[in-house]
Design a protein around this ligand. Structure first.
Ligand code: NAP
Length: 375
């Protein structure tokens, strides 16, 4: 079986490509940007971070230079047609995941990019399966309640252009499947995180990015906040952030998310027609307060308080509000995610590890807890 995958150099795409290549023994074609030799190096390095890639697996890996923002995925008409005739499934993982990114770019990569993948699907045989990687963020700014896997609505609006662009992409997938009477699998992971240290060359996950941003802020300083080296030890840094104190996130460990996605997108039998959507989420949401406590435990003197109204914000607080716009835009909700489809198609898969204080601390990029900290 031959799988074409986009986004194989990314945090999630590289994990999926690793599983497809090594545990499912597939022929994998990785479509990505850049010159061929450089692309192959980046794909092999990214996949290799998840376990050794033996020579026979490397022989089953092929790379193709392309760009999802371009018509025909940037392929020549001949290569586009040839690849479409070869593949048994297409995993579309490539995306721009910048939460605070600009609208035009996010729609170009995430929505238009999906349209180009669907045009590729049009050229494939009827049995070729599409696995589209979406996100829980398509639930939008729904304040609370249970989001079902079949739900797809824009009535609540979207906190970020990222969420809106991925919603629009899912709509395209549904329209395509209905128009062509073809099946498609849509996977909606929540915030995927790893509690293992990542080498500098690895693609980061959003929690690690958040940890780095706060580190830069607290250690390097910000308007109104001197760098750590210029502050007397133990200086209190009391800051308010504009967020709901009762907000929750869904954070799902990458090991579980990858295995669930591959079992659903690859191992489970393909339905004849129609879109089947799956929430790849943790059964227990994480409180925003627990994420903030993780930062406070690391930085002595740091006190973070959530406020819904921002009266008389200090220059530092205003800076943080701008600097962390993407993250803070998700700090208002308490919605939860139904897992009926995901549980039905992953029988026997153990539940994900708990996202506890230790997991959070490591996922945020702080490998070692201070000795006095609770686990
Ligand atoms: N990480 C999460 O927590 C999370 C949560 C929910 C959903 N998701 C979804 O999961 C998927 C994978 O995310 P990720 O975390 O792996 O993202 P990532 O680490 O940022 O990787 C993005 C991938 O997309 C590729 N890409 C970007 N623009 C492209 C273009 N124009 N043409 C071809 N390839 C392009 C990148 O290639 P380069 O190496 O060339 O940049 C990279 O391989 C995305 O669809 C995302 O929306 C992720």
């Amino acid at each position: 079986m031959t799988v074409l995958i986009t986004g194989a150099t990314g945090f999630l795409g590289s994990r999926i490509a690793h599983e497809l290549l090594l545990t499912r023994n597939q022929q994998v074609i990785a479509l990505g940007r850049g010159g061929l030799a450089d692309l192959r190096d980046r794909v092999v390095t990214a996949i290799g971070l998840h376990g050794a890639v033996p020579g026979d697996a490397l022989l089953r890996l092929r790379c193709v230079t392309g760009d999802v923002t371009l018509p025909r995925l940037g392929l020549t008409p001949a290569l586009h047609a040839r690849l479409a005739g070869q593949v048994d499934s297409v995993w579309h993982c490539a995306a721009d995941i910048a939460l605070g990114g600009e609208r035009e770019r996010l729609f170009r990569v995430n929505t238009q990019g999906t349209a180009h993948v669907l045009a590729f699907m049009d050229q494939t045989g009827p049995a070729c399966r599409l696995v589209h990687v979406s996100t829980m963020a398509v639930a939008g700014s729904r304040p609370d309640g249970l989001v079902l896997e079949d739900d797809l609505t824009d009535v609540h609006g979207f906190a970020t252009h990222y969420a809106a662009s991925k919603y629009a992409a899912e709509q395209l997938v549904r329209q395509w499947a209905a128009r062509r009477a073809r099946p498609a699998v849509v996977l909606r992971p929540s915030l995927v995180a790893s509690d293992r240290p990542l080498p500098d060359s690895a693609a980061e996950h959003p929690l690690a990015q958040l940890g780095n941003m706060v580190k830069v802020l607290v250690e390097g300083g910000a308007p109104g906040l001197p760098p750590a080296a210029d502050r007397p030890p133990g200086t209190e840094m009391r800051m308010r952030i504009k967020a709901s104190p009762s907000a929750t996130f869904n954070i799902v460990p990458s090991d579980y998310a990858t295995e669930a996605m591959v079992r659903i997108g690859h191992d489970a039998p393909c339905r004849d027609t129609g879109v089947r959507t799956y929430h790849i989420v943790h059964p227990t949401p994480t409180e925003l307060a627990d994420v903030l406590r993780a930062f406070e435990r690391l930085y002595t003197g740091l006190r973070l308080e959530c406020v819904e109204e921002f009266d008389g914000a200090s220059v530092t607080e205003l800076f943080i509000a701008r600097y962390l716009t993407g993250f803070l835009s998700y700090c208002w909700f308490r919605h939860r995610f139904d897992r009926t489809h995901a549980l039905a198609d992953t029988p026997g898969l153990p539940e994900p590890a708990p996202v506890d204080a230790r997991f959070l601390q490591r996922a945020l990029g702080f490998d070692v807890l201070p000795a006095s900290s609770p686990g």
